[in-house]
Write a protein that binds this ligand. Structure first.
Ligand code: HEM
Length: 420
């Protein structure tokens, strides 16, 4: 249904629909974003408005006039219909209430407060030795795979494995359940995307159902016998009598998995491909490894793993001189804002020494700013740096293949050889 709707909208010249359907735009959306930005601060499509200016995207993401879910707002009819059809009998998923991603203040403030207590930058920085150890083990295995079969797919054999291993650790998943966890993670991530086929949709729902059953048993185990993982703390946290309900914990754990998996896989895959395509930038990092954190920011800016999000007008409002009506939908194009020449000089140039790379909006802005940003940065830095240090002769061995996802951007196949 979603696909039919998008096709019909594209025929009417709808901006977002073109983004989703046109294979050339999907391969390289940046000329398209520039065109939208030149057209206006907010560009009206058949169903939604698009924004690619950095200041406008920031204003929408931070504005009180916008909601992260349509709720009972008078959204365009096709969207309302799709929502009704897709909600029937659904299990609690990472992008359904009570997931914080689709919850507004004041409930959202309460979730964030409870979760941020555990997800502090310090706690994440404390994971550094574990992340380094995981990378070492995964890179050993990558070397063994390459010795056996020659060229290897870096996505399947490295980029996909690190994020899920780290989330499993945060959620206290015992080693014997990790493979199942990896399978669920890959199956659930597409939930963040749009225009899923019926088969994909079915796989997502089945995986969510199975994961939820497993999680409820897992919470019971952690209550009886807490570990030193972050989830154990969340299960037990009840300072001021506050704690997350069982359904809220299910939604949160599912969200951590969906939001923290494929996004980070894409950061690692895109980062590897970009550095291989820009050997002079890689040479700068080899000469001065302290530049790695900034290189990660530039990768996030240059080719954001999450390209777009959505906001719903809570009430009539005005942004950049454009009047918006209650229920209208705005699509802040994060990938477009990150190439705004008003903020980033020569924005289509990949430059790991860029001074303001960190001003990108790849992690969004405002109340829903990515909860896992420190973790993603840590995994990006250690994951990429360890890879290039361990295999200095790493090279492409065939053409990388882009994922078919629209909101999420990255590669699903990156053939490499580790040695000349
Ligand atoms: C939210 C991007 C990694 C957990 C978000 C949002 C973006 C984003 C754009 C906000 C969406 C919106 O405003 O509508 C990314 C990128 C990542 C990444 C690009 C990797 C490079 C992670 C990781 C985790 C995580 C590793 C945790 C394990 C979350 C959560 C939210 C979120 C829980 C919801 C926050 C809220 O609604 O308050 N992420 N993310 N993300 N992310 Fe990430």
């Amino acid at each position: 249904l979603m696909r039919l709707g998008i096709t019909a909208a594209a025929r009417r010249g709808d901006t977002q629909a073109r983004l989703f359907l046109d294979p050339a735009i999907r391969e390289d959306p940046y000329p398209f974003y520039h065109q939208v930005r030149r057209t206006g601060a907010l560009v009206r499509g058949h169903l939604m408005w698009s924004a690619t200016r950095h200041d406008v995207v920031t204003e929408v993401l931070r504005g009180d006039a916008f909601s992260v879910h349509p709720g009972t707002l008078p959204v365009p009819r096709p969207i309302a219909l799709l929502r009704r059809l897709s909600r029937r009998g659904k299990p609690i998923g990472p992008i359904d209430p009570p997931s914080m991603l689709v919850t507004d203040p004041p409930e959202h403030t309460r979730y964030r407060r409870l979760v941020v207590k555990v997800f502090t930058t310090r706690a994440i920085e404390g994971l550094r030795p574990q992340v380094e150890r995981h990378c070492d083990v995964l890179l050993d295995e990558l070397g063994r795979d390459a010795a056996r079969r020659g060229p290897v797919d870096l996505v399947a054999h490295y980029a996909s494995l690190l994020p899920v291993t780290v989330i499993a650790e945060i959620l206290g998943v015992p080693p014997q359940s990790r493979q199942r966890f990896l399978d669920w993670g890959s199956a659930i991530s597409p939930a963040l995307d749009l225009g899923l086929s019926l088969g994909q949709y079915h796989r997502v729902e089945t995986a969510i159902q199975q994961l939820n059953v497993w999680l409820r048993g897992h919470f019971a185990r952690l209550r009886a016998d807490p570990g030193d993982d972050l989830l154990s703390q969340l299960v037990h946290q009840d300072s001021n009598g506050e704690r997350l309900t069982e359904d809220e914990l299910v939604a949160l754990a599912g969200l951590l998995m969906a939001a923290g998996f494929e996004t980070t896989v894409n950061l690692l895959g895109t980062g590897t491909a970009l550095l291989l395509a820009h050997p002079e930038q890689l040479a700068l990092l080899r000469a001065e490894p302290r530049r790695w954190p900034n290189a990660v920011e530039e990768i996030l800016r240059y080719d954001a793993p999450v390209q777009t999000t959505a906001r719903y007008c809570r009430s009539d409002t005005e942004v950049a001189g454009v009047r918006l009506r209650q229920g209208e939908i705005v699509v802040p194009m994060l990938g477009g804002a990150n190439r705004d020449p008003a903020v980033f000089a020569d924005p289509d140039r990949f430059d790991v020494t860029r001074g303001n790379a960190r001003d990108h909006l790849a992690f969004s802005s405002g109340a829903h700013y990515c909860l896992g940003a420190s973790l993603a940065r840590l995994e990006g830095e250690i994951g990429l740096r360890s890879l290039f240090e361990r295999y200095p002769d790493l090279a492409l061995d065939g053409a990388p293949r882009r994922r078919s996802t629209r909101v999420l951007r990255g590669y699903d196949h990156l053939p490499v050889r580790l040695r000349p």
